[in-house]
Structures are given as C-alpha cells and as structure tokens.
Design a binder for this molecule. Sequence first.
Ligand SMILES: Cc1cc2nc3c(=O)[nH]c(=O)nc-3n(C[C@H](O)[C@H](O)[C@H](O)COP(=O)(O)O)c2cc1C
Length: 196
Amino acid sequence: MTVLAILGSPSKTSRTARLIERSRVALTALDIELQTLSIHDFPADALLHGQFSHPQIQDFQQRVSTASGLIIATPVYKAAYAGALKVLLDLIPEGGLAGKPVLPLVSGGSPGHLLAVDYSIKPVLAALKASAIHQGVYAVESQIGANANGEAELAEELEQRLQTAVHEFAALLGVNAPAPHAPRYANDFISRLISL
Ligand SMILES: Cc1cc2nc3c(=O)[nH]c(=O)nc-3n(C[C@H](O)[C@H](O)[C@H](O)COP(=O)(O)O)c2cc1C
C-alpha cells in the first residue's frame, strides 16, 4: 500500500517536511510505503502555466490516483496554507481524492493560526472529494528540530500527537494499527490548545 505526501513548502530546509519524515517512520513500521512530492520535483514552467499534458504533471496525477491515501503537509503562510501547495492541488482533477483518506500536517510560527487546518485546508480537500479527512496535526515551528545528523526531532508532545494521528490515519486506510502508548485527551480540540 502506498501513501502520497504532498509538501506545500517552498523551503529547501522545510520544517513541515520533518513532520512527513517522522510520519514515514511510523507508516513504514505498518508496512505502508510513503512517497513525497513537492514543487521542487517539477519544472517551474509546467507548474506556473498549469501544463496538464506535461509528462511530470501526468505522472503526478497518476500517483495521486493510485495512492491509497494522502498526507497534505503545509506551512501556514499569511493565515492559510502555502501557495505552493495550492499550485499542486490545482493539478489534481476534479474529484481526484474520491475514496482516499487524507491526513493534514501543518506547521506555523505560532499557535495563533491553529484553525487554519479547519478553515483553509479542509474545505479544499472536501472539494476534491476526499473520503475522510483526519483532524490533522498542527505543530508550532519551535517544536520541530533536527539532531546532529540532520534527522527530524520533534518535541515529545508533538511526536506523540503525530504518532497517534498516523495510527488513526492507518485505520482509515483499513490497516489494523494498534494505538501507540500515548496519553489521549477526551476532547482533541482542547488537547491541541493545551499542548501549544
Ligand atoms: C511568507 C511567510 C508567511 C508566514 N505566515 C505565517 C502566519 O500567517 N502564521 C504563522 O503562524 N506562521 C507564519 N509563518 C511561519 C511559518 O508557518 C513557519 O515558520 C513554518 O514552520 C515554516 O514551515 P516550512 O519550513 O516547512 O516552510 C510564515 C512564514 C513565511 C515565510
């Protein structure tokens, strides 16, 4: 089974990419392959001019259509998702996420734009007919680090939330994933606010 992660950050040292990196570890342990694409994987011309017939854009559409589910990862830019993400989402044909669960992963400079997941990203995913949209994981940039080898290292609280979300996402994919041993709160929204 393959999951496709679409990364909406234009940064070559993206913090949001580290959320994908940590998700990959959890998904691999569940025998789920994770592929990642960002705007850096496409020629700028093809993206900016929306060249749907370009071979790489067609390959992108093919990967979306064959993926069992998607991770949509983006930084918050100006209180919404990054434009680089929209460039990629606009290349997905109408209804292109039908039957596919989606896990949103979002990073922002402060907790202030926590609700960007709900008011900005989820409506687009719903318009693309995603079958189930996980509540997602919002991370504040200060929680996202790297170790001496450059590997992603997350604050413990964030790591636990991410692991729990990935396991819930796997369940949406129909994969039997025993819950990780992480403390859960009764109300996830309050949990997110408390943790930031
Ligand atoms: C152009 C720009 C706009 C931003 N706007 C916001 C914002 O509105 N709210 C916020 O919380 N963080 C904002 N940030 C901070 C980023 O969301 C944050 O640093 C994020 O972790 C960057 O992720 P990346 O390294 O994957 O690009 C902005 C950063 C940039 C460069």
